[in-house]
Design a protein around this ligand. Structure first.
Ligand SMILES: NC(=O)c1ccc[n+]([C@@H]2O[C@H](COP(=O)([O-])OP(=O)(O)OC[C@H]3O[C@@H](n4cnc5c(N)ncnc54)[C@H](O)[C@@H]3O)[C@@H](O)[C@H]2O)c1
Length: 368
């Protein structure tokens, strides 16, 4: 156990930095864990701070101290762990401030909006001596059907994985506080902001490093009739991205953000030399076909996880991610999802945007 591990008997005091839509989701999840409290919240927006405090009180939390500046919160001594849930373009600076202390931290995806900023925070993490958990928030790993799919792959159900295809067909980007998500300069671009989740999953399933990215995409439908200070949003709303991995596995992302009229928001299909496994995430279904059983022979099962105490906005994935983060805080063990995982997922997104701009494949060595 490291010096900073928190014993089971101790209550872990969390601070949440950024109490917008996702910050509230984190507060609710933290308060569904045993032996935790949200002792402080920090948000630059007074209205959002008050909403965060109200949610914490409603969920049965104790006193929540509000801060307008996360640095004052860090100096207060009120928190053992923080969750960074501010807009993407602020992650690098806020995380750097947190990494200068010894509090445990989970940072929401995407790690940062650029690879250079990812490298900066990773250098800050590795240069310090603090013994604490630094956790990359990539909760799609924790969606129950995705976990079931990963378990099947790891137990050899499909043989050697060759192809990973992920389809996200969903609704347009929601409205955010101060409309930060309408511009690539704030988000990193759609393939960074949204799709880092899927590039992370691809790498996990392929169990390999990305070497090359080819992409085609555009902003064809969404937000074209909106203006902010006279500027039209520039966020891409559909595209295909192909990723080559260093063990020969091929990944495909099919993204459409004007396709809410779909049965599943995400469908993941993994094919190996012996069979195929598919996760229908919204329907919470897993389908398995093994070539040895013959053509069109497919079994299907529903996936449930009774350990989930709070379903929230992400099918219980945020809750399960917090269970593991808390376990690492209590045991002093290393994070299961690291800043390096965060950087790799961002770098694939950056490469995808570059490939669209230049109309050519982009080697990962060009972006990392
Ligand atoms: N894991 C997921 O599936 C998922 C889902 C949604 C959002 N997110 C991520 O969570 C983060 C927040 O997204 P959101 O949807 O909650 O946005 P949001 O706009 O609803 O909330 C952001 C909040 O951060 C506050 N804020 C801005 N700058 C700040 C600063 N410097 N210090 C403190 N507070 C600050 C804003 O006032 C706002 O209340 C983003 O990085 C986003 O990518 C992740």
């Amino acid at each position: 156990m490291s010096d900073s591990a928190v014993l089971d008997a101790d209550c872990v005091r969390y601070g949440v930095i950024g109490t917008g839509m996702m910050g509230v989701e984190h507060i609710e999840n933290i308060l569904h864990l045993d032996g935790t409290t949200v002792s402080a919240i920090a948000d630059t927006n007074a209205e959002r701070r008050e909403i965060g405090a109200q949610v914490a009180r409603r969920q049965g939390g104790g006193d929540v101290i509000q801060f307008a500046d996360h640095r004052t919160m860090l100096d207060s001594g009120l928190v053992d762990a923080v969750v960074i849930v501010t807009p993407n373009m602020t992650h690098a600076d806020v995380l750097s401030d947190v990494l200068a202390t010894d509090v445990h931290v989970m940072v929401e995806k995407p790690l940062c909006t650029t690879v250079a900023d990812c490298q900066r925070v990773i250098a800050a993490e590795t240069s310090g001596t603090a013994q604490r958990v630094v956790w990359m928030g990539l909760e799609y790993r924790y969606m129950p059907p995705t976990t079931a799919l990963l378990n099947e792959i790891r137990s050899g159900t499909v043989g050697n994985v060759k192809m990973v295809s992920i389809r996200e067909h969903r609704f347009p980007f929601l409205q955010k506080v101060d409309d930060w998500n309408r511009f690539n300069r704030n988000t990193g671009g759609t393939f960074v902001e949204k799709c880092c989740h899927f590039f992370d999953l691809m790498g996990l399933i392929a169990d390999a490093e990305p070497v090359r990215v080819y992409a085609s995409g555009a902003q064809d439908v969404n937000h074209l009739d909106e203006t902010y200070d006279g500027e039209i949003p520039d966020v891409l709303d559909n595209g295909f991205v192909v990723v080559d991995f260093d063990n020969g596995v091929r990944g495909l992302l099919d993204l459409c953000m004007f396709a809410e009229a779909s049965k599943n928001e995400q469908e993941i299909s993994v094919t190996g030399d012996e069979g195929k496994v598919e996760a229908m995430v919204t329907e919470s279904l897993l389908r398995i076909g093994r070539r040895a059983d013959g053509q069109h022979v497919v079994s299907e099962r529903s996936i449930t996880d009774d350990s989930i105490r709070h379903v929230g906005l992400h099918d219980g994935a945020s809750y399960l991610e917090h269970v593991d983060f808390l376990a690492a805080i209590r045991s002093g063990e290393a994070a299961k999802v690291t800043l390096l995982d965060g950087m790799t997922s961002v770098a694939i997104g950056v490469a995808a945007h570059r490939s669209i701009e230049c109309g050519q494949p982009v080697e990962m060595g060009e972006v990392i």
